[in-house]
Design a binder for this molecule. Sequence first.
Ligand code: HEC
Length: 127
Amino acid sequence: MKLLTLALLVFSFNTLAFDAGKNFQAVCVSCHTIGGGDKIGPDLAGLDKRRKAEWVHKFVNYPDGMINGDEEEEGYEKPDPIAQKVYALYKPQMMAEQAMTMDQVKATLKWIADQKKEPKGKITTLK
Ligand code: HEC
């Protein structure tokens, strides 16, 4: 019984404490670097400076909707001009849809800022 309680506590603690760095290494690193240049997607160094949290949240949850627009999805009715420009640089590969909350996005942006790296690659040509 004690063990079960402990296991449950550890489990709920882990789900509450989102570790942005670990999540990045597990989920994003196959397509993105922080300061290492282009991979499948853009170098995300400096993301905290070039995009607002609201934009990143909307984008990672539904990249296709941001790039192409989706009349049936609230908030995604019209294509987003920045998302279209980013896609134009990295197509035909499109970002894989993620389920991220705003808090997780904010934690990720803070973690990226803490890396203190400058972006390299094609994304730097987008002004
Ligand atoms: C399967 C590959 C893949 C994975 C996994 C992936 N991405 Fe991407 N991502 C891309 C590609 C390709 C683009 C650029 C093309 C596009 O817009 O779809 C992109 C673009 C982005 C952008 C826009 C960058 C900018 O400067 O505007 C953000 C933000 C982003 N990704 C965040 C993330 C985060 C955070 C994760 C992990 C939770 C992640 N991505 C996982 C492929 C991926």
